[in-house]
Ligand binder design. Structure first.
Ligand code: GDP
Length: 515
């Protein structure tokens, strides 16, 4: 995009940056309470007297002096919506599970959305202050979703907390920092800033405002920028403590004033040289956005390309069905349809209507979304239309599986089928131009035909490949010559040919694979 995005920073310019954390989990399991409790651990806020400005994200300075950025919009919908817009801002997910309630539908959605994004997870078992809390049961139930905590021999960190009683918070912070260390998060702070919009609104007094999470570089007051299809010049910046700031570096969230209009969550902000440039890029992006909206539905083709270098192609899919029995039958059949070359990856499956969460997940992963005896709810329908998600409805499992298999097969390279159509012995060789050779041939079996590909073998070893450019019999051009007859042939691009060699002619057919 006009050379302002997508460039890589040189390794020596990279400095450590704060991790960006999103909290997910089932409703009422304590996401908001935990966000508040963690916010309360900030040593800076303690000094300042605890002014809180809700801008969509906040930073905590730990007792050890480390910084952590928390996104203030909990839940997997926001997370995946951002991802669908190309903004993979989250480094670490905290999965909150209430110890008295256990794994619930949205817990499982959160797990699947996190897995689909490939973001590491820390499990926070919340409400352990409650007498009926059963943390061990949660660890065991997580196994069913391939989440193995350290205690059970896995590598997913877990921690028992009470957002209410504020216990386990230090340990949770420690685990976030440990995970962040493993990720070796870095960014170049000394360049033109780039970031993503976390949230945006039209403020009555201040005009359009957007909270931007800086990804790299340092955003400064006075910077010209483009954000989505809008442009602007940073008039002022406000941090999560309500303070006016002049600069914001990597992983810092700031409210930015001075935009031409309200951008969308997930939109990328890029600082540019001057106002003219900002307007030019904004216009270009706006045009691009219009074009994008009118292009075809996303397919799994991009997945195929990204997987080309790997040995196995992944076929992502989201499945919703009317009853658990159908879900199990479909997922089982899909898994059995996997081969060594292409594997079905069920990103999420569940019982019930197709929801917005299902649609955003399918959109972000460019996966088809299957409804078996279920339909999308109204909001999901609108979203699917907007994001051009491929929705498919079935009421017969066989049809569903056969169609998916067909699509999977379509992603495999076609099968190459070779048929030998004839053999000839080389009786004479004449030079003919730089690369070509003319040869006298005796057709031993089958047929030889003009235009066919051929191999020259000598003592059953292939010495060169060629194409029959033309055929002659008694001064006449012919298109084919049958067994038992002699002919002259012009052999294209032949570097090695001797009297006594065998010419083997073959036809190649490419056939679409089936599963
Ligand atoms: P969210 O929907 O996931 O954001 O959940 P909330 O943070 O709104 O919490 C839902 C309810 O659980 C509220 O009534 C909280 O007071 C309560 N709650 C949250 N954390 C704890 C906890 O650690 N212990 C207990 N006993 N209650 C909690």
């Amino acid at each position: 995009e006009i050379g302002i995005e997508g460039d890589q920073d040189a390794p020596e310019t990279l400095k450590p940056r704060a991790p960006v954390v999103t909290i997910m989990g089932h409703v009422d399991h304590g996401k908001t309470s935990l966000l508040d409790a963690l916010r309360g651990t900030d040593v800076v806020r303690g000094e300042a007297g605890g002014i809180t400005q809700h801008i969509g994200a906040y930073q905590v300075k730990t007792k050890g002096g480390d910084i952590i950025t928390f996104l203030d919009t909990p839940g997997h919908e926001a997370f995946t919506e951002m991802r669908a817009r190309g903004a993979n801002v989250t480094d670490i997910v905290i999965l909150v599970v209430a110890a008295d309630d256990g794994l619930m539908p949205q817990t499982i959605e959160a797990i699947n959305h996190t897995k689909a994004a490939g973001v590491p997870m820390i499990v926070a078992i919340n409400k352990v202050d409650k007498p009926e809390a059963n943390p061990q049961r949660i660890r065991e139930r997580l196994l069913e979703h391939e989440i193995v905590v350290e205690d059970l021999g896995g590598d997913v960190q877990d921690v028992q907390v009470s957002a209410l009683k504020k216990t386990g918070l230090d340990e949770l912070i420690e685990k976030i920092l440990l995970q962040a260390e493993l990720l070796e998060l870095t960014a170049n702070p000394d360049r033109a800033a780039e970031g993503n919009v976390i949230e945006a609104k039209l403020d009555k007094g201040r005009g359009p405002v957007a909270t931007v999470l800086v990804r790299r570089g340092t955003l400064k007051v006075g910077d010209n920028f483009v954000v989505g299809a809008e442009s602007g010049k940073v008039r002022a910046m406000v941090n999560d403590k309500g303070e006016n700031v002049k600069v914001a570096g990597p992983s810092a969230p700031v409210e930015v004033l001075g935009l031409s209009g309200v951008p969308m969550a997930g939109d990328q902000l890029s600082v540019v040289e001057n106002e003219a440039r900002a307007r030019e890029v904004a216009a270009y992006r706006s045009e691009l956005a219009t074009k994008k909206r009118t292009t075809a539905a996303p397919t799994s083709v991009e997945h195929m390309f990204s997987a080309l270098n790997a040995t196995v192609i992944e076929y992502p899919i989201v499945v919703k069905a009317d009853v658990q029995g159908s879900v199990e039958a479909i997922v089982g059949a899909l898994n059995r349809a996997s081969t060594d070359e292409i594997k079905v990856r069920v990103l999420h499956s569940g019982v019930g209507a197709i929801t917005e969460s299902d649609v955003t997940l399918a959109a972000a992963s460019r996966a088809p979304l299957i409804g078996f005896n279920v339909r999308p709810n109204a909001k999901a329908r609108v979203l699917a239309e907007r994001d051009k998600v491929s929705l498919r409805y079935y009421d017969v499992i066989y049809d569903l599986i056969e169609e998916v298999k067909g699509e999977m097969a379509g992603q495999l390279a076609p099968e190459r089928i070779e048929t030998i159509v004839g053999r000839a012995e080389v009786l004479q060789v004449f030079p003919a131009g730089k690369k070509d050779k003319a040869a006298g041939l005796l057709v031993m079996d089958g047929i030889i035909r003009k235009g066919l590909n051929a191999r020259l073998t000598r003592d059953d070893v292939i010495v060169s490949r060629t194409t029959i450019a033309s055929l002659r019999r008694f001064k006449d051009d012919v298109s084919e010559v049958r067994a038992g007859m002699e002919c002259g042939a012009m052999l294209q691009d032949t570097n090695d040919i001797k009297v006594g060699d065998t010419l083997e002619l073959f036809e190649v057919e490419e056939r679409q694979r089936t599963l």
